[in-house]
Design a protein around this ligand. Structure first.
Ligand SMILES: [Fe+2]
Length: 139
């Protein structure tokens, strides 16, 4: 359900999110981030899922955030390494995930930041703070 509405286009996702967060700035950091927050709100609205931990795990699965709960980390990482992913480095993160969740989350954030910075595109502040937090906590 974390990818509920992922197939929607950027314009539609932006419009949907602005209904819930009029001042949101996700869209300025890349359209792929939008489906997380949109899904979190629509799970409440369309399915009556009110659980706060599920809301946060779905909301932040595209960016990560500092102080993620165990459940949030699991959803974040599962999304990053799902079988349909074939980008460079995903195999290494999958292997790491079998041994150490925090190191695997850290590596996924590092890989994302490296990829985005190599293309000179914006990196969402939540992703940067998630990375800094994982550096502090992953041993
Ligand atoms: Fe997703």
């Amino acid at each position: 359900m974390h990818d509920y509405k992922k197939p929607f286009g950027r314009v539609e996702l932006t419009e949907l999110l602005q209904q819930y967060e009029p001042n949101e700035d996700f869209s300025s950091y890349g359209g792929v981030l939008l489906h997380g927050p949109v899904a979190a709100y629509l799970l409440k609205e369309d399915f009556g899922i009110e659980d706060e931990e599920i809301f946060h795990a779905v909301y932040y699965h595209t960016t990560g955030r500092a102080k993620m709960s165990l459940f949030e980390k699991i959803i974040f990482l599962a999304d990053f390494i799902e079988p349909g992913r074939h980008f460079p480095g995903v195999h290494e993160v999958r292997k790491l995930a079998e041994k150490d969740l925090d190191l695997a989350v850290l590596e996924s954030l590092r890989s994302t930041i490296q990829h985005l910075s190599s293309k000179h595109v914006l990196i969402h502040p939540l992703t940067l703070s998630a990375y800094n937090d994982q550096v502090r906590t992953a041993k």
